[in-house]
Design a protein around this ligand. Structure first.
Ligand code: ADP
Length: 305
């Protein structure tokens, strides 16, 4: 019997095998370029956010899907080694999600995602973890999986349902999802997409605040890169500044932020305090390279390094 007890955060989302190749210059259409060795890394927004939360010391369960091949087994092992409960990670026929990432010397990148098993995640797999979702203080989802499992998770969550709307679907969010979202966590680009305005329209904090106020969600946290995050709650906005750090690699900063925000909320912090905690964790993550390797542990966050 699934008692569903003891889990602080349930993450419902994607898991990918990222294959990163460094190139001198990104190829243009029709061009072939030489690259360095292929670096294989566990990725996917869902899995990354689950790892971020687990590193910060909370008990995390992951609901998602991998394939049945050796790559899938490796992805599962990696998550389990981070302390994430993978008992609801389904194995479906075929390959897991893959992301092929080309990075040039200026750290500009091109990414192609092949969703693989992520696209097979369905509402039934989420409902099978129903007791877990109902009892968790926080349920966290992103949009690298189909919409039905996201909606199922939002409906089952009794605690705080946090949605990182990444990537924003071309048609926007379904109308029935909006009232189920307790906290929405977009970055600047996602905010622009949700509001139907160009990216250039969301550069300053006043504009971010104005756009966030127009969303049909009472609690919104917009991540603003080196500027930190803007928290909108009860009609009021507060800017949470990021500490000044030497940014080396911002890959995965948003995932660290979302995982840490979920940890703060699971520990009972008010939204603005949870955002302060997340801003500190995400700032530490940009000081090191690699999305997952850079994610801070609780000890590093406490200054013990
Ligand atoms: P994404 O990774 O989705 O593009 P952001 O760039 O907004 O998201 O970054 C997420 C969070 O990471 C920010 O809210 C901030 O807390 C932190 N962050 C990102 N870049 C920096 C930076 N250069 N200095 C300090 N913190 C940063």
């Amino acid at each position: 019997m699934d008692l569903g007890t003891g889990t602080d955060i349930v993450v419902v989302g994607s898991v990918n095998l990222d294959q990163v190749i460094e190139v001198g210059t990104l190829p243009v259409p029709g061009e072939t370029v030489q690259g360095g060795p292929i670096i294989r890394l566990g990725g996917g927004k869902g899995a990354n956010q689950a790892v971020a939360a687990a590193r910060l010391g909370r008990s995390v369960a992951f609901v998602g899907a991998v394939g049945t091949d050796a790559d899938s087994a490796e992805l599962r092992r990696e998550l389990a080694a981070e302390g994430v409960d993978v008992s609801r990670l389904a194995a479906v026929d075929g390959p897991p999600g893959h992301a092929v990432v080309l990075v040039d010397r200026q750290a500009e990148n091109c990414v192609v995602v092949s969703p693989g098993a992520n696209s097979a995640l369905d509402a039934g797999s989420v409902r099978a973890a129903g007791a877990l979702l109902e009892s968790a203080p926080v349920v966290l989802a992103q949009l690298e999986i189909p919409m039905p499992p996201v909606l199922a998770a939002a409906r089952l969550a009794r605690g705080t349902f946090v949605l990182n709307p990444a990537p924003v679907p071309a048609a926007g969010l379904p109308t029935e999802l909006w009232p189920l979202v307790d906290v929405l966590v977009p970055n600047r680009t996602e905010l622009a997409r949700l509001c139907g305005v160009p990216d250039s329209a969301v550069r300053d904090a006043a504009e971010v605040a104005r756009l966030a106020a127009g969303l049909p969600c009472p609690r919104v946290v917009v991540t603003l890169g080196a500027d930190g995050a803007l928290v909108r709650e009860n009609g009021r906005c507060e800017l949470v500044a990021a500490p000044a750090v030497r940014a080396v690699d911002t890959t995965g900063a948003g995932d660290t932020f979302c995982g840490a925000l979920a940890v703060g909320l699971a520990e009972g912090l008010a939204l603005v305090e949870a955002a302060r905690f997340a801003v500190r964790a995400a700032a530490l993550s940009v000081e090191r390279t690699g999305a997952r390797t850079a994610m801070p542990t609780r000890a590093r966050l406490a200054g013990e390094r």
